[in-house]
Structure formats: C-alpha cells, structure tokens
Ligand binder design. Sequence first.
Ligand SMILES: [Zn+2]
Length: 534
Amino acid sequence: MKTKIALAVLILTGGTLLGQKLNPPPMTELDLLITNARVIDGTGKPAFTAEIGIYGDQIIWVSEHITMKAKKTLDAAGRVVAPGFIDIHTHCDEGLDQKATHGNLNYLMQGTTSVVTGNCGDGTADIGAWTDKLSVLGIGTNALPLTGFGWLRQQVMGRDDRRPTTDEMKQMKDLLRKSLENGSWGLSTGLQYVPQKYADAEEIIELAKLLKESDGLYATHMRSEEDELLAATREAVRIAKEAGVRLNIAHLKANGRKNWPAMEELIGMVNKEIKNGMLITADMYPYDKSQTTPLVSVLLAPEALKLTSISEWQRALRDGVTRDAIRLITENGRVGGTNWVAKGGWNFFSIVNAPKHPEMVGKMIIDLAEKLDKSPFDVAADLVISEGDDLIISLSTMKEENLRFQMKQPWVMFSSDGYAVNPNDKGVHPRNYGSQARVIRKYVEEEKILTLEKAISKMTALPAAVLGLTDRGLIMSGFKADLVIFDPGKVRDPATYLDPHRFATGIDMVILNGVPVVVDGKFIGKYAGRVLKK
Ligand SMILES: [Zn+2]
C-alpha cells in the first residue's frame, strides 16, 4: 500500500514525496560531511544548496548547516549531489558473479549504484543461491532481483509449446511464491522469447496474482515491439488489471519505421489507463538503435552455396543468378533461420558504419532504396559488395522524436537494458556504458528536453517507488547513503556502436552504502554493493 501511494504521488504530481522523521543513531561524530552541495534530491523539485551528513551507510542529516563534527569533509562546491542512479532494467544477473565483471563498472562509472536484474523473464527464482554466488567475490553495485517467468516455465515445463496442466501451474506458483518470500521484487516476462511466448495471457494473470500479497511488480518485455505493439500493450494492461498489480513496460519502443506512428497511440492508451487509476510505468534506454551486426549477416544464401568468407559472399552477390537466389531466400525466409528480413521487411535496419560511404551513416536501408531508386535488397547487396563486412547496421531502429516524446511522460523512467560487460565482449551496445550519462549529456544539457531535476527523478525516486524500495532513491535523512557527485556540464558518454568499451566520464564521486567507491572519477577497488531484497 505504501508503495502504491508513493508511486501514485510521484506519477500524478511529478515529485514531492512526504519527508520522514528519523531518530539518528547515537553518535558524536559523522563519518562524512558534504558541504556546498547543490542537492538534487530525486523528487523532481528544484535543486537547493545544503550540507549532507553521513554516518555508516546512512544519510543522517540534510540541512543548510550541520554543526556536528565529521571525520572527513568534502567540499562539493560547483557540483550536483544526487541519489545514486537506479537502473530498473538490466541483465546483470550473470556478470555479477564473474571475476572480470563483478565490479559492474560500466554502471558504477556513470553513477549507477543499483541495478534491477532478472528482466525479460531471465531471472532465477532461487534468490538464495544467487545471493550466495554473488557474495563470494562481492559486487560493485547493489542488485535487486526480479523472478523470471522464462526461468519458472522452463524449470517446470521445459520448452513445451502448450498450456500448463493444473499440477504444472501449481509448481510454477510454488516457485514464484517462494522466491517472493525470499526477497524478489516481482515477476518479469519476455513474451517474444521461447518458451515464454507459448504462454497466453490467462497463464500469466494466474501467476501475477501472487504478486498482490507481496506488493511485487509485474515487469514485461511485451509480446511485440513491432507490428503488434498496440495489441501487445493492451495485453500487458489487461494482465496487470486482472491480476490487480502494477505494471512496468520494459524498454518501451516502437521498432521499425512503419511502426513508429503507433507510439503516440500507445502513450495515449497508457495515459487514459493511468487517469482511470491504474499504476503503469515504463522504462526506456536513450538510444534510437539496438544491437549492431554486419549487414551481410541478415542476408540468407542457399545452403548449397556454402558461403562462409566475406569474399565468397561478394562473389555470389556479383553473379546475377546467385544474387537472385540470395534475394529470394533473404526476403522469404528459411525454416529455422533468424529471418530478419522475411520477418519485418527492410523496415528495421539503419547504417552504423560505412567507411566508403560516410554520407550513408545514420540512414535507413529503405530510405536509401527510395533515394537511389533501387530495391532495398539491391542497396544491401551493393553495399556488401563495396564495403564487405565493414558495413555495420543496427537491427532495430526507433524514431528520435518518439524517444523525446516518451521521456517527457511522467511515468517513463530511464534504463539501459544492459549487463555487466567484460571489456573483451564483442557486439556490445553503447547503452551498457552510457545510458545514464547520455541522458544528462544529451537530453538535459544539450537538447534541454528535461530539466536535470526531472531527469534525475526518472533515474532515482521513480524507479525506487515503482519497486517499492523505500530507503533509496532520495536524498533524505534516514535513506541509505548512495550518492553521486558531478558537474552536469562535464558528463560525457563516449561509448559508440563502433567503439563501445568506453566508460562514461565526468562523474567525480560515487558513494555506495556510505562507502566512497569512485573518487576523482576513478574506481578505487572497493566492492560495497549489496543484494537488496524486498
Ligand atoms: Zn527485453
């Protein structure tokens, strides 16, 4: 109930939570005193100058002047102090227990102190075992687990394409109930993935009803972000409504040029439901492209051609007969193939890298086809011939104006849809390193789409309220000391599609559970993160 009120207040008023009174622990000296801070407290209200007193892992005071002595004092003049960012949509589950990635530095370096894991149906229900695994090496950020519907269904039904039996449903419910009791923050689904896509709305409603008791969140990667986006949204709303729970739409997007206009209707639909009393939120990553790949990888050739190297592909595309065979299979698909083009036409691909045609970078294949008066396939084939596998495309393309329209909605938060990245990983999206920093650099400082206060609220208090996390996401006495200190004009997100392994810069200091972990823009080797349980 408390969560619902906090969330409703945040969504409807766009800020201003009620403060809470706290009896400070018995102590005579603070651990850290931050002075001259331009405090942006997470509520969305205008920044104010204050001093912040920290003892242990807690914020003890936020006031104009603190008289108590402190072991250390930090002068934050000229800089903003904000709550550590909370990323509500990540897939950090895996990397946090690995030696190369347990620091979660691609998040920490941009001021993100808490990540929600287990999204898109992936999270384990065995919260206890997972927590034990993470405690071996320690973790660089806090982690909040969701229970994944994919995990539950696979445990009980394997990858079967059918409805669960009564007994199987009971088993899934038992697993979900136990994980909620063990601290899961809710249930996630990823309804475009096997085996989750085999479930109908009724099956999910029955499971989601369990969330009511624990006030858990229903977070869904919907059944479509493409041609069936609106139907998928209606389904998500129906599931939440009939289960009586609050809904978060994961990585909100209208993917593919022909689907871009649907975003306006989707937002209208959600606004109407919110007006009628439903609690609906969404998160989004601030990029208009997703996963990148060489263009040649969306082409399909007859098996008999056995094309492996790029030069073999180029030769086959130069020959009229084999080129037509490739055209036919690419555009009609193949049983068991990924069938990018057959599935969605040429609607989704935009060019990320074209060394010989720099003027084409940022353009969509279908737009080039119109301009050059060629078929999209011929544009693609000719580009592969001239550029080889240096021609890189993004497999999804969203509309920049949609992104701006989405982020202005009071119920939309920022996220990354990323994971704890190993610097050796290939095909990494820049959002892993730059999502939160990019919001500040691009959408606040450069384009002024949002005030810094509003943007920070969407990365702190709003996700906290959505989760029901009551002691983080605000700078307020009694809250945990997760803080980020920076000069907003200096924040940068240098990671790009071609050069993604670049940490965000300009975040001077990160304090996690009262412990300074990033100092002078550098990680100092302390793993102060915790698994946070509901
Ligand atoms: Zn997803």
